[in-house]
Design a protein around this ligand. Sequence first.
Ligand code: SF4
Length: 246
Amino acid sequence: MDREASVRAYYQELMASWGPQDWWPAYTRFEVIVGAFLTQNTAWTNVERALRRLREHGVLNPDGIRRTPLPKLARMIRSSGYFRQKAQRLKNFVSYLDARYGGSLGRMFTQPTAKLREELLSLNGVGPETADSILLYAGGHPVFVVDAYTRRIFERHGLITTKARYEDLRQLVERALQQALAAAGDPPPASPLPGRRRHKFVIRRATSAARAFDEFHALLVQAAKHHCLKAQAHCPGCPLERFLKK
Ligand code: SF4
């Protein structure tokens, strides 16, 4: 089986085993964006505490970030680590949103994917994973988010080496899943948009590809958290066990 066929098989197996996931856990697009910044180099539980504080203070929105003094904002997100740096990055993002799009996320997300990705990547502290999380989960743009979990699973299955570049891995998954969708006639998803049960916002531009990338990323996170732990792989019971090379 070539690498793209393997990726497709993993996606189909995980989907058959666990079904659609409820991702990204957020109530607004802006909350997704803030979460994407705060989750850099820290566990999600720490991010949740910081998001809760921002929500309690009524500043989990562009205007809240805009009007909150930097030191106060940093204190509110202390639990997420690197809090001064992250507070500045949130301020920078809102400044960019104001300068380019008059403070409108709607206008920002109507930009073509490649253009918007380039803009986001040019912001201080925005790497590919953060940019792609914003594009996919807040904007419904069809990009796959590569994270440490994806790398760990693919490495353990011999699909990539430790030196694999982010872009190569992203394109590998995107090609593989787009082919699967094309072969299936690009059907509408069998379930509601991921996260719609919990999300209060609707990703209007989500395509079948965006939904497949969304689901696959969330399913890989599940596999990594429950079976493919950093310290050790617990393969028995993992849906991907049958794909391990003997
Ligand atoms: S736990 Fe084992 S079977 Fe599951 S993804 Fe990791 S290496 Fe593969």
